[in-house]
Design a protein around this ligand. Sequence first.
Ligand code: TRP
Length: 448
Amino acid sequence: MANKTHTHAQWSSRTAFVLAATGSAVGLGNIWKFPYMVGESGGAVFVLVYLCCIALIGLPILVSEWLVGRRGQSNPINSMLKVSRDEGRSPAWALVGLAGVLGSFLILSFYSVVGGWSLNYTWGSATGGVGESAGVALGDYFGALLEQPWTLFGWHTLFMIVTFAIVACGVKGGLERAAKWLMPLLIVALVVLIGYGTTTTGFGQAADFMFSPDWSKLNGSVVLAALGHAFFTLSLGMGIMMAYGSYLGQDVDLIKTARTVVILDTVIALAAGMAIFPVVFANGQDAGSGPGLIFATLPVAFADMPAGMLFGTLFFALLTIAALTSAISLLEPVTEFLEERTPLPRIGAALVAALAAWALGIAALLSFNLWSGFTPFGLGVFDLLDTLTAKFMLPLTGLGAIVFVGWFVKSEGVNQELALGGTGEMIWRIVSRFVAPIGVIVVFVSSL
Ligand code: TRP
């Protein structure tokens, strides 16, 4: 540990770190995925289980990933290797890091398809196409979009090129500085949408739907979906937060910082829900319509608002930027891995990683049209990638990280990192050894 500051770059400040971590966490998961999952999984029951998962499982795992990264001072695989060696444990723990590299690649492939939708909507809002069709027939624009493989292909490709360019040229710093201004704008846009929602007839029903639970809807698959989404939305289980933690100075308080990131991420997701459901109910749309929910719903609100075209364009542009700051964090682990394990230079590594994810993304977008009949395990490629990562890989690798920190890193090491004492230490130990790991296992086993 003695040479840490000499060998490895560090974040310029705690703020820079919080921004990068929040940039990774806040993305399509909050604004696109969270509302449609709430809609599909019975509303408030899902929201409440999700909040418990975030607090009792997500937060401690976020802290654990940063902790391993900061002690390991390297990419996720090497960090796990180094810390397990230091602690006299099996090097097989590095498999947790390896699973992360594979998983982030799988997520990026379908994430880019949705990023492409968001880009298409930015363009379509600016040129009026989205608004026109929203006035005529609800949801038609989105339905028509899914039926055009070449259009989907074009926007998916564009989104991946931009992601690649940012990672390859290392203009990340610029993007993160931009995000510092744009993220608050996104929150303002959500608040305006919520304000619009209060003027519709659907607002009360939306609040009920999101916050007053109908317990009869609780079942294993809802709980697993909520757990998986807690991992997805906090960017956990893929070693990304571990990588970010490796650039972290010793002076940063991991628990406090994790709390900030988690609160921001959760507030944005809840706000997205409250922005969307009033419009859904006021227009008699189906809350459980799946991945197209925000894309079919919001244009209706924009079409109805004064200056809605401008506002709609702005909203989807901000959503695209939030998606990009997450996408670059997904491309990073694969790029870093290829760069360190193959003779490829950084640009080459980023290119190979982006090309591979792009190719797999094509299979995902074809599952909405030409390949809609191809359903291994009863799911199309898009849903399969989503299910495999969010419901299986993220919880399992996250479990690996917390079990490792809870049971296999000596308590002196943990105390040194977390600077806890007395009650705090006891709570941490109970949560990291029992509550979080048992939580993941119980959810997992009961849903099978
Ligand atoms: N958290 C991001 C979102 O909510 C997506 C994401 C970025 C992610 N990096 C990740 C998900 C790593 C899982 C693992 O949109």
